[in-house]
Design a protein around this ligand. Structure first.
Ligand code: 87F
Length: 440
């Protein structure tokens, strides 16, 4: 987690814009260190001197490393739990390849894995695309990302990135290999990362006024069993039978069904109190077990995502529970996807840009690919929003915040060249649609 000044500053473009965010250790006890040591903000400069030693021949390629670790970035903007914190855990992958083509294939493979993490596990739809030159990782060749959207505040949020670094770092760190013809070549590199932002996005996209709503595939407890119906008229015998049935059900689901199950047998708390407790924690499915269930052929269930009540059959309890969890998972993605569809809108005219933005939307708008226009969109949308700030938004920061480019989506919503660039003073024809939005 410590990086010497020498290696950290070797690739100048890489560190340039980020320098203010690097935290330095300057003392041990009362004595000054002879040279300050940086606290890892990312590991390129720690790993690549070793890459240079390990890679000799084309046979050593690809070299692919992955690690989970914590990194520190001395953020100045508003901290938000999981979304923007000065220390955060992440996964970072670093690879070296023999050609740009092979490196580029991996960039997309990893981006597809990240899309899968969001959509298949977290039930959050994302837009895949390439970052503009302004927003890309300066030390790299090009940057791709998955962008998520938080409807309650109308802000985009970068979910993960997959960079092609080109040969920039290879040049600076001397990462070379002998190709088949025994000629020295610089390696082509990628780096990619996913952070605990995933958790923050999951909380914000699915959570409601009762608390967390967890997608079943990532919930540490998928089903909670709550025994109910115990009153002061209940005999010890009946209580025993209820608990034995509950325990047996928990075992069936957990051991035979491999469903992550919890039995809440705290009979000193009322059923309602226990329902609230597990709702707050986001447990996807609750099974209620009372006197009625003991004698009947079904169990009463309640879904966390919709609040809908239903029954599952005792005979097929594993199958029914699994199916219901699968349904919840799919419904959560479908709901988040339809919300996002309504809020990610195509806007071809500047007059509609800020009003749409203030309607808590992200926008697909045409762009001529000049950085001056990208800057102008951000600046003018910020100014016009401020002027329109009479229109209330729940987000205290939002009215003054301009829209930045989130990505150039791989899947374009139409033919941008039919339109003029969205920047108000630009007269040029557009060439691509950019996804613009306020962002975290
Ligand atoms: C902050 C301080 C110093 C981002 C920083 O995206 C350096 C940096 O290099 C820095 N903030 N970055 C870019 C990180 C690039 C790349 N590294 C591997 C990733 C994914 C994982």
């Amino acid at each position: 987690m410590f990086i010497s000044k020498g290696v950290l500053e070797r690739e100048k473009d890489h560190i340039e814009g980020f320098a203010p965010e690097v935290a330095w250790v300057t003392k041990s006890g009362d004595s000054d260190l002879s040279e300050p040591i940086a606290i890892r903000p990312t590991s390129e400069t720690v790993m690549y001197p070793s890459f240079a030693k390990w890679i000799r021949s084309h046979r050593d390629l690809p070299l692919r490393l992955n690690q989970w670790c914590n990194v520190v970035r001395w953020e100045f903007s508003h901290p938000t739990p999981f979304i923007r914190t000065r220390e955060f855990p992440w996964q970072e992958g670093h690879t070296a390849w023999d050609s740009l083509e092979n490196a580029s294939v991996e960039v997309r493979q990893i981006l597809d894995l990240y899309k899968g993490v969001y959509e298949q596990l977290l039930a959050i739809p994302v837009v895949q695309g390439r970052k503009t030159e302004k927003e890309k990782f300066a030390g790299g060749h090009y940057t791709t990302s998955v962008e998520a959207f938080v409807p309650t505040v109308g802000r985009g949020c970068q979910g993960a990135t997959s960079h092609c670094l080109g040969q920039n770092f290879a040049k600076m760190f001397g990462i070379e290999f002998d190709d088949e013809k025994h000629t020295k070549q610089l390696a082509w590199q990628n780096s990619w990362g996913l952070t605990t932002r995933t958790i923050g996005l999951m909380v914000m996209v699915h959570g409601d006024d009762k608390g967390l709503v967890l997608p079943p595939r990532v919930a540490s407890v998928q089903v909670v069993i709550v025994p109910t119906g115990v009153t002061n008229k209940t005999t010890e015998e009946q209580k025993k039978e209820l608990m034995a049935t509950a325990q047996k059900l928990a075992q069936t689901l957990a051991i035979d069904g491999e469903i992550r199950t919890k039995l809440d047998d705290r009979l000193n708390y009322s059923p309602g109190w226990r329902y609230n407790y597990w709702e707050l924690k986001g447990v996807p499915l609750r099974i209620e077990l009372g006197p009625k269930e003991l004698s009947g052929t079904t169990y009463a269930v309640c879904r966390r995502d919709t609040g809908a009540k239903g029954t599952i059959s005792k005979d097929d309890v594993i199958k029914d529970t699994r199916n219901l969890l699968e349904t919840i998972q799919n419904d959560m993605l479908a709901k988040a996807t339809s919300t996002a569809k309504m809020r990610l809108v195509v806007v071809n005219e500047w007059s509609q840009f800020v009003p749409t933005l203030n309607n808590k939307c992200a926008l697909y708008s045409p762009w001529c690919q000049s950085m001056a226009c990208e800057d102008e969109v951000k600046k003018v949308s910020g100014e016009e929003s401020k002027a329109a700030a009479g229109m209330t938004t729940e987000d205290a920061k939002a009215p003054s915040m301009g829209a930045k480019s989130l990505c150039i989506p791989f899947e374009q919503p139409g033919d941008a060249s039919k339109y003029k660039c969205i920047a108000p003073s630009c007269k040029k024809q557009a060439s691509v649609y950019v996804l613009w939005g306020r962002s975290y």
